[in-house]
Design a protein around this ligand. Sequence first.
Ligand code: ZN
Length: 496
Amino acid sequence: MRTFWTNLRTSHPGVTTIVTGNDLNGTILMVGGSHLLEDRRRDDRVEDLQGGYVTAGFWDSHFHLTEYGRSFGRLRFSEGDTREVVLGRVEQHARTKPPGEWIIGAGWNHAALQADPDKERLDRAGLGHPVLLMSLDYHTAWINQEAQRRLGVTVGPEGILRETAAFHAQEEAMRLDATDPAEHVARGMREAARLGLVGVTTMEDVGGLAALQSIPSGAVRIRTQVFLRDGHAEWLLASGLKAGFGSDFLRVMGVKLFMDGALGSHTAWMKQPYADQSDTVGMSVLPKERLLGILERLTEQQAVAAVHAIGDRAIHEALLAFKRWPAQLGSMKSRLEHAQLLDDEDLALSAQGPAALSLQPCHLLFDRPIADQSWGPRGRHAFRIKDILGARIDTVFGSDAPIADPNPLWGLWAAVHRGRPGDTPWYPEQRISVREAIQAYTESPARIDGRPSGRLEPGCWGDLTVWSEDLEEALIHKTPEDIRVVATIVGGRRLV
Ligand SMILES: [Zn+2]
């Protein structure tokens, strides 16, 4: 049995029909006009896509699937919330929770609070519950006294933990919170499919990996590709796994490492001090010897690395390390995650190096004012996507969900317009075309991941995203809110 997907549009006017097979990946068999229907046999299926606009399935290359699923049950703040608003929402939430249960929230923004975080104020708002609130970039945690007591950590009167300490506190709070990660993974997959995503590259711990394995084959299941977070690197290295181990629906790629912190927390590691905090250049969170040691072992093992680097110094050090130890397997490449501030020296270094760049254009929508303030004129090198594509560096897009909304339409929009609808574009010379932006969600990730997908061609997996509008038109003349996902098709099977 084959499936004839008909009554569709693509970027090629002659293509109105796509035929997928009945194998596990629903491999694309034929692509062409409506005449393909003449080849139909009795047991073939016909699916009318009602004039929808079909692209290769969208893939988000930087995701936290368990976290994303979990975020639906959590307090979610807006980037403009003041301290009073944050505390008010914590108190409201606390009233609805059984006594003693954790209150976990995310998304507060220090720049908008108009006051400093305060441990005691958070205690009063928490009504006896332990409270942990992750910042917008997740690199800072604000906790209250009850959380401090349960976590066994020490914090000052502000109740603030940064970087590794913040991540540990968050992991520990989730462990004590004791909800089932499989539920969160399932929820995350359903929500991602609704946004048109056929797959994600997700950063997980071993618990998240186990949860991914537990998804039954009959359930709504997008494809996943896993990088294990730093704390679990030894497990992966000891296992000897090569990149791509697993199935076409769940593959293990390698290890995720952190070189530095984040821009909003002034912990991104810089070559020169911050414009608005001249006494700091941010911080390195990974000793160089450890980075080189892990990359060397990954290179020998033929697994790959995803290295978080935001500041120019962190990017530079990571690129030098990749030059020595490329950590790749065939076309499966290591990648530098975020690469937010790439100066000319490192643009050239990256163009010669083995690693791909994994970018999150949607972050520029909220990082723009922070970059202007903290990086000053260096901001012209932030998210310099046009230059990166011009240097022919492999480039893939993602969202870092739940840190940002994973709706890929916003990622496309940000890369094409460099601002929200109605804004003047930020460094407009770095705008790219819609077609280039779509490639960074489809063809390019498939290439650096070594997957036969990302194109509407016979032989590729039958992973398709169907939109209500012609994206190349709509992303110029309309806004993301005017575009709907009509269908998400994974392995020739319709999930949405
Ligand atoms: Zn991330």
